[in-house]
Ligand binder design. Structure first.
Ligand SMILES: [Zn+2]
Ligand SMILES: [Zn+2]
Length: 194
């Protein structure tokens, strides 16, 4: 909730800033959806709120750029689905690393809505990328993983400790052998066996 509030405050500030920048602009472009069957009027403030990672200055620069074309939300979604279908052909499902539940590309893309399509593609097709159903599975996975590492470390330490202790025991045993004992032992050992 806190994050949402912060984001909204950030958006409000950006809208104010963008408004000032537009006022200062000599010629402000009217934009329509690039899809020829749609041609819906586009709103720069929608464009801003969909791209909160950009500054108002950058948003305006993109908007005013004559070589760029924009799509409305609906057409963009359609395009995205079209792109997803292409990726799906390469790999249709993966599974959660923790619970092994299969996940399809559409669910993955919904979970990672903030990613650009090429980012979705590279993550989805990268088999080293750790994929989870949700944060819970992710947390459980890393908890198990770190517990495993801890146990492994502890086991190694115990082994080293045991080895050291047995070496010390050996040494102490050797040291405790008096010369006399040692001589007897030598004699015993040198007697020819019958
Ligand atoms: Zn459109
Ligand atoms: Zn899972």
């Amino acid at each position: 909730m806190f994050f949402k509030k912060l984001n909204n405050a950030g958006l409000w500030e950006k809208i104010q800033k963008l408004r000032e920048l537009i006022k200062a602009e000599k010629y402000f472009r009217r934009r329509i959806c690039w899809n020829s069957t749609c041609k819906k009027d586009l709103n720069i403030y929608d464009f801003l709120s969909d791209n909160m990672n950009f500054t108002p200055e950058y948003i305006l620069k993109l908007w005013q750029n004559p070589i760029l074309e924009f799509h409305c939300c609906e057409c963009f979604k359609y395009l995205k689905i079209h792109e997803l279908k292409k990726i799906e052909k390469e790999k249709s499902t993966r599974e959660c690393l923790f619970c092994k539940t299969p996940m399809d590309l559409y669910k993955f893309s919904k979970l990672n809505d903030y990613l650009k399509i090429h980012e979705i593609k590279s993550l989805w097709l990268n088999s080293d990328y750790k994929l989870f159903c949700d944060n819970l599975c992710q947390r459980k996975y890393y908890k198990t993983y770190y517990d495993f590492l801890k146990k492994k470390k502890r086991k190694k330490q115990t082994l080293i400790k045991e080895k050291l202790e047995s070496e010390i025991d050996n040494l102490q045993e050797k040291l405790s052998e008096t010369p006399k004992n040692f001589e007897e032992k030598l004699k015993k050992e040198s007697k020819p066996s019958v």
